[in-house]
Design a protein around this ligand. Structure first.
Ligand SMILES: *Cc1c(COP(=O)(O)O)cnc(C)c1O
Length: 240
């Protein structure tokens, strides 16, 4: 008898279910499902879990910690696109520039400058997103809407980086509809910035929506949703 572990079935099923919901949310919003990519957020999860998601079709993986990501990278197939979604310290930038597909969490000019410096040194162009604290939460990274406009403008002048869009982490809520206004605000901001037509800046990418609210985010224009718990189950922080 072929025996699959329970988790294997679950992760594959979860991934496929969520992908289907993402696609449906796009269709309902009159969008092409191909515009939206589901990122499997695998922080704190063992490699075996990532491989199960990969076998179910996942190619985009999100990690929050540089060290953890660097450990997992060589163990996964080379067609995986790695997304740095967590707060990034400047002294860690050199380890990931040119290795990650997209850095979502650029929240200061100093960080953008560091990425630029390391990218130029490595002879690569690093794609980045600017993180926005749309709800103005104390506990969250990223600037407010006005600061974001300035940061995009200044970071856009730097060599070695290419700004692809915006990212936000919305407040935790039981009712995803409460976050619709924040997703909508991020979309509007990206359209405003796009309208200013700066070189080296495009606003096509919107990274927003997590396990609790990804369908609402898709309906408001997300091009990446970052889902961890919904795919892999609850995280165990105790061992870290
Ligand atoms: C952990 C994390 C996620 C995934 O959160 P879930 O609620 O588990 O889906 C998404 N984005 C960021 C920035 C995260 O840190």
């Amino acid at each position: 008898m072929i025996s699959l572990s329970a988790s294997k079935i679950m992760i594959a099923e979860n991934y496929k279910n969520i992908l289907e919901k993402v696609n449906n949310a796009a269709k309902v919003a009159g969008r092409d499902p191909k515009e939206v990519t589901l990122i499997a957020v695998s922080k704190y999860k063992p490699l075996s879990d990532l491989k199960e998601a990969y076998d179910a079709g996942a190619r985009d993986f999100g990690e929050n910690h540089v060290q953890e990501m660097l450990e997992k990278m060589p163990e996964m197939p080379s067609d995986v696109r790695w997304h740095m979604i967590g707060h990034l310290q400047r002294n860690k930038v050199k380890y990931i520039v040119g290795k990650v597909f997209l850095i979502h969490s650029v929240d200061s000019l100093r960080l953008a400058e560091e990425i630029s410096k390391e990218a130029v040194k490595a002879g690569v162009v690093q794609d980045i997103l600017i993180e926005v604290n749309v709800a103005g939460e104390e506990s969250k990274w990223g600037g407010n809407l006005e600061e974001t406009v300035n940061l995009v403008k200044e970071a856009g002048k730097l060599p070695g980086i290419s700004i692809k869009g915006l990212m936000t982490v919305a407040p935790y809520t039981e009712n995803p509809e409460e976050n619709r206004k924040y997703f909508s605000a991020l979309k509007h901001l990206s359209v405003d910035i796009e309208g200013q037509n700066k070189d080296n800046i495009s606003m096509g990418v919107l990274s927003m929506g997590m396990t609790g609210d990804y369908e609402v985010a898709v309906s408001e224009g997300a091009t990446y949703v970052r889902v961890g718990t919904g795919i892999f189950g609850e995280r165990d922080y105790s061992s870290h």
